[in-house]
Design a binder for this molecule. Structure first.
Ligand code: FAD
Length: 328
């Protein structure tokens, strides 16, 4: 069968809603579709048995032509082995020209599994997607440590790309969606994964993907009680705490809180950079922020060139003042 259409991995959140990155990818896929004639957009959903009608409608409202569902109670919990194999089988059954997957933890696993099984290329963490020569997917991503961007044309099918959440904006459209219920023999999938323990995420930890306010700490805050002040400021502003790679490497944040090229791309209304120099690899993750405030004791720090408001000062003096005065 000739490869046709765009297949998107329909990741669900823990609360069983569609992950926003799927809606963002659908919006981009609609744009790509206008440049390659007669292509359909299909979303593949894998999960437990439940009512998927609202999810199918939401996907349709964002441009999905077909939603293929593989449901089984053994799929209630994400398992790379089952999910990766099922997604691969769907990609074989309905061979697409293009596969798009959100660069979430789950998406990264699914993408690498599928690319390996389909023996095709995968461009990870793309910052833009377009259609290039010979109607091939043109994927743009940072390279050489973020100093350059590369346009990559993958010449094997399907052409695969992953994209971080918040890279594109999700928009709705008028559309008719078709649901396809598929059956895959799960008993035939060899499972190599056994879940031996689960650690619950802290209830207080706000997700930086969806936070309206983010207070982000860098190496400057990785001493004394720098991060305690960052948490206090975030709490006052009802915001989320994030950090640079330096902060992650020093153990002040988890990987899921790291912003930047090898972390997350965020799009808050307000982003506050505390003790952050403004390296390109970090800036890559904050360019979609509405307003940026930077606090740094070096007036020449590059972050100030990207900030709407810059405060030159010692964070150990500036933050306590801010925290004390916010309610006043
Ligand atoms: C391939 C690759 C991928 C990368 N991916 C990422 C990524 O995803 N995310 C990321 O963040 N980085 C990433 N990096 C690392 C990046 O290049 C920088 O090293 C990093 O962002 C610097 O972090 P920082 O700003 O916290 O530290 P620094 O560059 O050390 O800056 C610390 C800043 O704090 C200021 N400061 C110090 N003390 C105070 C004080 N008391 N009060 C106020 N200000 C103070 C200093 O003036 C300085 O500007 C990547 C690098 C490579 C090569």
């Amino acid at each position: 069968m000739e490869p046709n259409g765009i297949l998107i991995y329909g990741e669900l959140n823990e609360d069983l809603n569609v992950h926003n990155v799927v809606l963002e990818l659908l919006t981009k896929a609609r744009e790509l579709k206008t440049k390659i004639w007669n292509q359909r957009i299909m979303v593949c959903i894998i999960g437990k048995r439940m009512n998927y009608e609202p999810i199918i409608q939401e996907l349709g409202n964002h441009g999905a032509n077909d939603v293929v569902l593989i449901t089984d109670d053994r799929l209630a919990e994400y398992n790379n082995n089952y999910y990766g194999e099922i997604f691969t089988q769907i990609a074989k059954k309905y061979p697409p020209r293009i596969i798009l997957i959100g660069a979430t933890n789950q998406g990264k696993e699914i993408a690498s599994y599928t690319a390996t099984k389909l023996e095709t290329g995968l461009t990870a963490d793309c910052t833009n997607l377009d259609i290039g020569e010979n109607n091939l997917l043109l994927s743009t991503r940072p390279t050489f440590g973020g100093q350059l961007t590369a346009d990559i044309l993958c010449k094997t099918f399907p052409q695969m790309a992953t994209v971080q959440a918040n890279t594109f904006k999700a928009t709705t459209c008028e559309n008719y969606v078709n649901a396809i219920f598929n059956w895959i023999d799960i008993d035939k999938i060899e499972n190599h994964i056994e879940i031996i323990n689960k650690i619950k995420k802290s209830q207080n930890a706000k997700d930086i993907n969806t936070a309206q306010v983010i207070v982000c700490g860098g190496a400057g805050a990785c001493k004394d009680n720098g991060f305690t002040l960052i948490y206090q400021l975030a709490q006052k502003l009802n915001g989320a705490v994030a950090g640079t790679r330096e902060a992650f490497e020093k153990g002040y944040i988890t990987k899921s809180q790291q912003i930047g090229q090898t972390g997350k791309t965020v799009a808050p209304k307000l982003y506050i950079a505390v003790g952050i120099s403004g390296a390109n690899q970090h800036l890559a993750g904050i360019k979609n922020s509405d307003k940026i405030i930077a606090i740094n004791n070096d007036k020449n720090a590059p972050i100030f060139e990207h900030a709407d408001v810059g405060i030159v000062g010692d964070l150990f003096k500036v933050l306590p003042d801010l925290i004390d005065n916010i309610d006043k």
